[in-house]
Design a protein. Sequence first.
Length: 140
Amino acid sequence: MKPYIFIVDDSKNDRILCKYILGEFERDYEILDFPRAADALNAYEEKKDLVVVITDLHMPGMDGLEFAKKLRDEGYKGVVVLRTSAVMKRGNEIVGVRRERGYEDVLVGPEELRKMGVDEIVEKPGTKELPEVLKKYIQP
C-alpha cells in the first residue's frame, strides 16, 4: 500500500491542477483530493500513513490553518503545505499570508504559521515551486 498525499481545496479546478502538478509523485504515492477540510480530517482517521497535506487557506467551513492545527492535534507528524494566492511578499520572499477574519484581513507571519502546523507556503498556482518544496521532504 502506498503512502498518501492529500490535496484539500474547495476549488475543483485547483484540485485538478494540483494533481497534475504532482504527476511525478503518483507512482509512489496515492494522491487523494478533498473539497472540504472536514472530509480530509475524516479520511485521515482511516489513512494514518499520510505523509503530505497540501491545503488551500480560504475555504468555507474550516480554513487551511484551522485544518492544519486540527491535524496536528490528532497526531499528524507529516508535512503541511499551505498553497494559496493570499501571500504577502517582500520582494520575492513570502513573509506571511492574509487570513480573512470577518470583514478584515489579518497578516499571519511565518512563526505563527509554524505554531499552527504549517511547514511550507507555496503561492498558487505553484506549478514549479510545489514539486520543489515536496522534494525537500519526500522523493517521487
